[in-house]
Design a protein around this ligand. Sequence first.
Ligand code: GLU
Ligand code: ZN
Length: 289
Amino acid sequence: MRNVNNIVGRFAPSPTGPLHFGSLVAALASFLDTRANQGTWLLRIEDLDPPRESESAPAKIMKQLHSFGMDWDAPPMFQSTRLDAYSEALARLSEAGHTFLCTCTRKATRGVYPGTCRDKQHTDQASAIRVLTTATSIHFDDQILGPRAYNMEQEIGDFIIKRKDGLFAYQLAVVVDDHFQQVNRIVRGSDLLDSTPRQIFLNRCLNYPSPSFAHFPVVLGDDGQKLSKQAHAAPVTSEDSATVLATALKALGQRPVDRNPIGKMLDQAIRQWALDQIPRQLTIPNRDL
Ligand code: GLU
Ligand code: ZN
């Protein structure tokens, strides 16, 4: 694979079920962006939370991606195989004084965490591990949404990197893996925008460089609700990939492509890829899918 710019992008689905339209758009945006930059595109299955996952989902997701002609460039990585790396990163953060134990209930910590357990001494109670944030400002220039700035302590607050039930949190795993896989370009939905300052903060604590970010507005249904499995989003079947692909391209503000075998359609979409055409708000009628 030619990769003159050394761009490495990735699609990182949580295997809670087959891809729905919204997650297909996420895969497509990252795929097209990476390919348009002659980059390397990786697939990472974020299987960190077994109770929420379906065992058959990874195979279904891969089959769906194949049916759209979106092929990845290295064997897919499964987060369930990476627990040692997360432990190691956690140990580094703790040794450097970036973490503390938290025994608060979920209910008590809605919104920005008020720092309740920061000064707590060692506890025998079941506890989560949080990152100790500071009043630093985290800036990044989103390639779609423009410059963003967050005060970590005031607007984000100390966040969980290992849960009370012993599972590593998404924020830690994603940072460790993006670094490990040398991902330097993240294109994903704006439902993850608030995760970005957390991830940049963790990168700083761990001395990792931060990738560049582009968040496309999440796909909304007719009713303005985010499409998700809970909101009865239609699962994307491979029956007519070409039609679904055309709808997804439209959602991303891209020029239409000619009806062709799927691989050719995708090639045309790569050639036509224009990040600056992505609208600030995406609206897709649910029922056409
Ligand atoms: N696994 C996350 C999800 O499916 C996405 C991770 C990411 O793109 O950073 O919502
Ligand atoms: Zn607490």
